[in-house]
Design a protein around this ligand. Structure first.
Ligand SMILES: C[S@@+](CC[C@H](N)C(=O)[O-])C[C@H]1O[C@@H](n2cnc3c(N)ncnc32)[C@H](O)[C@@H]1O
Ligand SMILES: O=C(O)C(=O)C[C@]1(C(=O)O)C=C[C@@H](O)C=C1
Length: 243
């Protein structure tokens, strides 16, 4: 997916407002996420590969917080199991409108149902895989446990949740190292100091990160038996939680 360049935070703002997945963000989103999340393409492609491995016949695969549908498309590239259906959910109308256009253009061999809804309202059933690729971090911390429990209950035995998140390292010095490495990654991708600091302020109240240990504990509490950290670069991680 090519997209216009993200310049949302390039001009000084008197007051930086909270980050929202609105029209402006949706318009530049492929460029923004590619230049902001280390390993994004690798993660998305590997999720597709894992879908090929875990998809069971006649089951559902969920892409919760699908944005423009990158994960759904990766899944559709790898799944050849008969009777599978992908259910892609996002509560941002700007994202969903573009997601539907993208998916129509790519003509997925696996049926994809696109829902503009709060993922907390969407029932999860008969699932062999559920993906939350950088989505849980935007949900209020006190609501995260209930979402994971609902996902666990909707998964088939042996089914998996793939959870990718920006994470916080528990010690201050360690966290500062990871944040600095991430900011250098952004600089090398063409973001200015102003863009980096304004985006950081915009995310401050809306993206509340947990440590890996907190994720692991919450996933165990939801019922998952095995949590595999399969990707980590700086303060970005992706886990597979197996039922
Ligand atoms: C960082 S983006 C996800 C990126 C996407 N999964 C990908 O791999 O390209 C987070 C998405 O989660 C969506 N989101 C946040 N809270 C949500 C909720 N409660 N229900 C549904 N979608 C939500 C946002 O609208 C946004 O599109
Ligand atoms: O931490 C940052 O600076 C980010 O830009 C991260 C992040 C994310 O992890 O989702 C935040 C918002 C955008 O959706 C793209 C990337």
């Amino acid at each position: 997916m090519s997209s216009p360049k993200d310049a949302i935070y390039s001009k000084p703002a008197e007051q930086v407002s909270d980050f929202r997945f609105d029209e402006n963000v949706a318009e530049v989103f492929p460029d923004m996420i590619q230049r902001s999340v280390p390993g994004y393409s690798t993660i998305v492609d590997a999720i597709g590969q894992m879908a090929g491995r875990y998809a069971e016949a006649d089951s559902h695969l969920y892409d919760l917080g699908c944005s423009l549908g990158a994960v759904s498309l990766a899944i559709s590239r790898y799944v050849q199991t008969p009777g599978c259906k992908i259910i892609a959910v996002d509560n941002s109308p700007a994202m969903i409108e573009r997601c539907e256009r993208h998916l129509q253009a790519f003509k997925s061999p696996v049926p994809i149902q696109v829902l503009c809804e709060d993922l907390q309202q969407v029932p999860i059933s008969n699932a062999s895989m559920v993906v939350m690729n950088f989505t849980l971090q935007f949900i209020q911390p006190e609501q995260r446990g209930a979402i994971l429990k609902k996902i666990y209950q909707g998964l088939k035995p042996g089914g998996v949740l793939i959870l990718s998140e920006k994470i916080r390292h528990p010690s201050e010095q360690g966290n500062t190292l990871l944040v600095d490495l991430h900011h250098e990654f952004k600089r090398r991708n063409g973001y200015s100091e102003l863009e980096i600091s304004q985006k950081r302020s915009a995310l401050e109240n809306v993206m509340l990160t947990d440590s890996f240990a907190e994720h692991e504990q919450r996933l165990h509490q939801a019922g998952f038996s095995d949590i595999v950290l399969w990707f980590k670069c700086f303060n970005f991680a992706s886990m597979v939680a197996i039922k």
